[in-house]
Write a protein that binds this ligand. Structure first.
Ligand code: BGC
Length: 368
């Protein structure tokens, strides 16, 4: 269902009910070109993103499901959700803060992944409100995660706002959080992109550029060793546009079983609010996405665990048929004092911004 909003007010509809009986709403925001996003209140999740190709034809470039039960099923691998309280891994689900030890759920080998199991941010139902002005349309979602939820300290009040300006095909996501006790926070969005449209075969022919001279090497359970290593001379060197499939075979033979790495973004210019993190180009459709962020890192995950599950419109989501570009602080930062800190103090405001800007290219090598 392609749905531009033609300058109308953001639309709100009922998307369905969770197993627990909570009503889930879905909001549509967009601009007059037909560029539009749909965001549901379960998990503050980006469900659809309609983007024009080089001929102006819209396609939904995000993997996902047509209903709430799809999102509650085993087939959902964090599709489009707001991920946290701490995205990515915390080694063995343990950390210490101010002399106190915390133990979190183990849900990924020996480690804690993406905020936990039952009440991680992707699984709870958020409150939402839509806004509209001549500048654009937005939906703002809020959730208060109580002290101790999923083992994390502090009552954490979180706001995630999705905004589409009237005059650009850009989706901005801004995150804010406050706490009443010191606690780690690291929020991202886990959208799975296929710029040919969800349900298309693989993303191995997409071209990717990452603005990163370094990455964080890991052990065999994908926990950073603490080293910051150069990408130069490795299969992780995406400093110029590269075909994703070109070197994936050898990366596939490592513990990461494909690309599943945190890249250390090159420092932004002093007067710039955000860094250019990634450029993704699909030569087939001509769609080009630029990711800008205030975050110091980005996880490039090449959909290695996609397993042919059934998604929107009964389409099959094959192995590597989408990729994630998750802007973030580095994985397991809470156990690495040398990494940029993820600790939020009472009285401070956690703030993070990422923007996804879309355009088209005529030829596959043009990433301008
Ligand atoms: C992780 C992957 C994981 C995927 C889906 C990514 O952020 O780095 O290892 O399989 O999310 O859960």
């Amino acid at each position: 269902m392609a749905s531009g909003t033609s300058g109308a007010e953001p639309k709100v509809e009922t998307f369905g009910k969770t197993k627990a009986g909570e009503t889930v709403e879905i909001y549509t925001i967009g601009n007059e070109s037909g560029f539009a996003a749909r965001i549901m209140t379960r998990g503050a999740t980006l469900v659809n993103l309609y983007v024009p190709d080089r001929d102006g034809k819209l396609a939904d470039v995000l993997l996902g499901f047509d209903n709430v039960s799809g999102y509650e099923s085993e087939g959902n691998q964090y599709f489009g959700c707001t991920t946290g309280r701490v995205c990515n891994r915390i080694a063995r689900g343990k950390f210490s803060l101010d002399g106190k030890d915390y133990t979190l759920a183990i849900n990924n080998d020996a480690n804690h992944l993406h905020g936990g199991v039952e009440r991680s941010l992707d699984k709870v139902v958020w409150k939402a409100k839509a806004f509209s002005s001549d500048k654009g349309q937005s939906v703002r979602l809020t959730y208060t995660s109580p002290d101790g939820e999923e083992g994390y300290p502090g009552n954490l009040e979180i706001t995630v706002a999705f905004f589409i300006p009237a005059d650009r095909n850009t989706l901005n996501i801004s995150y804010k959080a406050t706490t009443d006790a010191r606690t780690p926070v690291n929020l991202t969005n886990h959208a799975y992109f296929n710029l040919s449209g969800e349900g298309s075969e693989t993303v191995l022919n997409h071209r990717l550029r990452l603005n990163a001279d370094h990455y964080t090497p890991t052990d065999d359970t994908l926990i950073p060793t603490g080293e910051i290593a150069p990408v130069e001379g490795t299969d992780l060197d995406f400093r110029t546009l590269h075909r994703i499939g070109a070197r994936i075979k050898s990366v596939g033979e490592t513990a990461a079983i494909g690309y599943d790495h945190n890249f250390v973004l090159n420092e932004r210019a002093e007067d710039a609010e955000m860094t250019l993190a990634a450029v993704l180009v699909d030569p087939a459709s001509g769609r080009r996405m630029r990711v800008m962020t205030t975050e110091p890192g980005i996880q490039f995950y090449s959909g290695n665990f996609l397993m042919g599950q059934e998604g929107k419109g009964l389409k099959t989501y094959a192995h590597r048929s989408a990729l994630c570009l998750e802007t973030q602080h580095y994985p397991d930062s809470v156990n690495h004092p040398d990494f940029p800190s993820t600790i939020l103090n009472p009285g401070d405001v956690y703030e993070s911004k990422t923007s996804y800007n879309f355009g088209v290219v005529e030829s596959q090598d043009n990433d301008k």
